[in-house]
Design a protein around this ligand. Structure first.
Ligand SMILES: CC(C)(COP(=O)(O)OP(=O)(O)OC[C@H]1O[C@@H](n2cnc3c(N)ncnc32)[C@H](O)[C@@H]1OP(=O)(O)O)[C@@H](O)C(=O)NCCC(=O)NCCS
Length: 392
């Protein structure tokens, strides 16, 4: 078996045949059109494969994005389409690719790696990945409730050429999102089995909603705009297809869609992780110090007015991190040490992921001094939301 490497342009067809065999057998969809930003010609370096005798039999893709949340800008890589040919499994190929991906993400300074999985949670846990706090709620909305949503604004399908700029403006007003180029917005607006609707007032788009009925994405995968616009959009899309409850995805923190749904009597909700097409959200910390430095704007505001210090030592990597907070200042010191400093609190990569991203409070994970627990429980967890439209 060869080392993991980037796919060559002439091998793209073979790679897609592998991932379609593993993920799309019996499904009338194709991985290259379901995830056009992942399998794009400019992303070939991020499609990692293992082959033998010229035949590719294992694959994992990375898609690099920037996450904006709580005033922080975090470069992250989303991992997608991890697959080994069924006849060549349990020979270490996928593990080898995942280790190669972790090295690549660390080398380019990503804050963390992110993926969603159902069946392969334990495969990833062996490699230092951990399930973290929830991504949001899926409200399950009965089509019969459509009549409860007023429709003050006219609703129509998107006209990409004229509407896209305004949709970008609305989305970029959101406090939490992945950044996208205009070309990426355009591609996501045209995903298969997915429609974008807009609501207008006096010729100006006041809101939009994306509704998907695909194997990998089902329900209202993104929305934005005023409450009047969202109400009009829901009234238009809810009644079809008859009889089925529609998943409407929302972030955990307060937001206008949750307010609108609960205000109209829609209270049935499940964590996104157990909704159709979602999966568990897993994170791999690459460098704890790099991550904490990138979280500094959020940590500084959450720790304002208090002082403390904690030393952490990551078991698998030997990374030593010293986090100090004092008034308006947060400092992250670090080094790689071979011998453990006595005062440092040891933790595994998986514990580090839960410490930062939850769902628990840090004091439920580590045996901390009172001062450290007080500070860390205030600073974490750092919850974040990825819109379903961006899922890979
Ligand atoms: C998950 C998958 C990619 C693993 O590929 P692979 O090349 O066989 O992986 P490795 O040989 O590196 O496996 C390493 C270890 O993980 C374990 N493992 C593999 N798949 C696992 C799973 N689904 N759950 C738990 N452990 C798993 C293996 O048992 C192996 O350990 P062992 O040989 O000591 O028992 C492969 O099983 C696959 O293609 N599955 C279907 C697609 C899928 O679910 N992908 C993940 C979607 S997010």
């Amino acid at each position: 078996m060869e080392e993991a490497r980037a796919v060559r342009p002439e091998e793209l067809g073979q790679t897609l045949a592998l991932v379609n065999k593993v993920f799309r057998t019996g499904v009338d969809q194709d991985m290259s059109t379901d995830y056009p930003l992942v399998f794009a010609p400019n992303n070939l370096d991020n499609l990692r494969v293992v082959s033998e005798g010229g035949r590719i039999f294992s694959h994992a893709a990375m898609a690099r994005r920037e996450l904006r949340e709580h005033g922080c800008a975090l470069p992250v890589s989303l991992i997608c389409a991890v697959a080994t040919d069924p006849e060549r499994r349990r020979r270490g190929a996928a593990s080898r690719i995942m280790e190669d991906a972790v090295e690549a993400m660390a080398a380019r300074g990503d804050a963390f790696g992110l993926l969603w999985t159902g069946p392969a949670r334990d495969f990833y846990r062996r490699l230092g990945w951990e399930v973290v706090g929830s991504n949001g709620w899926a409200y399950l909305v009965d089509p019969q409730l459509a009549g409860r949503f007023e429709q003050p604004l006219p609703v129509r399908p998107i006209q990409v050429e004229t509407d896209l700029e305004r949709i970008i403006e609305i989305h970029e007003d959101q406090p939490r999102r992945l950044t996208r180029t205009p070309a990426e917005y355009r591609t996501l607006a045209g995903l298969p089995k997915s429609e974008v609707w807009v609501a207008e007032e006096k010729g100006r788009v006041e809101g939009y909603l994306v509704v998907a009925r695909a194997y990998n994405k089902s329900g209202v995968t993104e929305w934005g705009g005023t409450s009047r616009a969202l109400s009009s959009l829901l009234a238009r899309v809810l009644p079809e297809p008859a009889g089925e409850r529609m998943q409407v995805f929302v972030p955990l923190p307060d937001n206008p869609m949750t307010e609108l749904l609960t205000g109209r009597g829609c209270h049935t909700r499940i964590p996104m992780e157990v909704a159709d097409g979602c999966g568990l959200k897993m994170v791999r910390i690459l460098s704890l110090a790099n991550l904490l430095r990138r979280l500094a704007p959020c940590l500084t505001s959450r720790l304002a007015g208090c002082a403390g210090r904690v030393s952490l030592s990551v078991q698998e990597t030997g990374e030593h991190v010293d986090l100090r907070w004092d008034g308006d200042n947060v400092e992250v010191g670090s080094d790689r040490c071979t011998s453990r400093e006595d005062s440092a609190q040891e933790l595994s990569l998986r514990q580090a992921a839960r410490l930062v991203f939850g769902p628990d409070k840090p004091s439920q994970i580590l045996d901390l001094s009172r001062e450290a627990a007080r500070g860390l429980d205030r600073a974490f967890p750092f919850g974040f939301h990825i819109w379903m439209l961006d899922y890979v």
